[in-house]
Write a protein that binds this ligand. Sequence first.
Ligand code: URA
Length: 209
Amino acid sequence: MGKFQVIDHPLIQHKLTIIRDKDCGTKVFREVVNEIAMLMAYEVSRDMPLEDIVIETPICESTQKTLSGKKVAIVPILRAGIGMVDGILELIPAAKVGHIGLYRDHDTLEPVEYFVKMPEDIDARQLFVVDPMLATGGSAIMAIDALKARGGSNIKFVCLVAAPEGVKALQEAHPDIDIYTAALDEYLDKDGYIVPGLGDAGDRLFGTK
Ligand code: URA
């Protein structure tokens, strides 16, 4: 089973409270989502492999550490996932960004991918799939299915707020992936909102209703 980690650093908890407040407006919401995503990226990237390289400091030749292994691609699930991309890019500026938009057809119940644009080499990259809310887990599961179908294998899922129902569903569907969240909330209500949650993350990020 992959890792499940609540990244509950005090700064993250403080910032999460700011965006949970219903009176937090679009500008601050957008800024703080990116700030939390950046802080989370620090922890999510903790196990990145290092290798030795020899450099010359102004004083002497020296063996030092440099990142090795897979390069990163951030994959936001449309549309709310876009709100986390810039924050992660602050820490990992060379990451590529793939976008994925999908929904489940009401009649056939089959996933419909309405937009998928990935870097060519996703099979060779560490993929950070991002979506602020892990509610039922439906979109995360479909997005990861779509990435695996294209050769993606090294996948971490990063969200801000998770419902226990979504964590369970995602772990059952994709036991190999690591899940990171800033908070594990109480439950999903009958309309599919996370309680206490923060409402509709996409609407709050983009100022829509
Ligand atoms: N998606 C959201 O944006 N918010 C929720 O509470 C659940 C799903």
